[in-house]
Design a protein around this ligand. Sequence first.
Ligand SMILES: O=C(O)CCC(=O)C(=O)O
Length: 270
Amino acid sequence: MLDENSVEHFRSEGYVKIKHKNIISQVNNLVSYLREVTISVAQEIGMNLTDKSSEIIEEDDLHQLLIDIHKLNPKAFAFIYDVMNRSSAIYHLMLADSLIDMISKLFPSSINEKCLVAMNNFQFLMQRHGDEANINGVHQDSGYFSEYGSIDSSIVVWIPITDVYFGAGTIEVIPASHKRGPLKHSQNSIKLRKSLVTDRSERGGIFVPKSEYKEGDLIPIDCMKGEAAIMHYDLLHRTGLNHSQKIRMTALARLSNVFGKNYINKYGIW
Ligand SMILES: O=C(O)CCC(=O)C(=O)O
């Protein structure tokens, strides 16, 4: 449950870790979905799965299979990535019974004290061991997603599918940085987004320049399977590096209170 301390932590630090009874079963459902797609793709591209065939493949073996698929056929791996980003399992995860009710307590009370939750930008991320190209530098989600958000009532739900911690790709945040409000982001050219020449904190489509914070301000949020990290849209954060043997997998969604200030600002309703 979300007690008063958790709400207070979210307000003061800009993030909070939660546990919810239904996350784990929906995470397992997402893994089953991934397993089914992965095995079928592996068979289709001619991989021999005789010793580990069919549904009984364990989660650790699934990670290895995905790594092997990437080595053999990066396009097939990209296909799986794309499929998972559109999977119904992500929607089921985010709609886990009463999860939204619980999270909606974190929205500040709106101008008219009402709350209806809108969801957008569902994502499924896979970060392979040692992949430092497909990472996000330091940014606020309001820098990317403000168009369908609210200036004070939008949050990110970040749910790891694997245990994540420092060195295993967990997210790194600057506590309380949400209090600075939306900051100006710099934009990367397509060439620089994933370039290893670019500083890791400045990779991705947009980033907040390093002059705006200190490297030591970033802290990793350890998050075990079955937990979720909820972050304010203005919280500065970046992708951690993954040196574990597993693929770091997370599901994300962005939630807003439609009665929040400036929600879909272009209409100028409130
Ligand atoms: O999980 C991650 O790598 C970070 C994702 C992220 O920062 C984002 O999508 O805004």
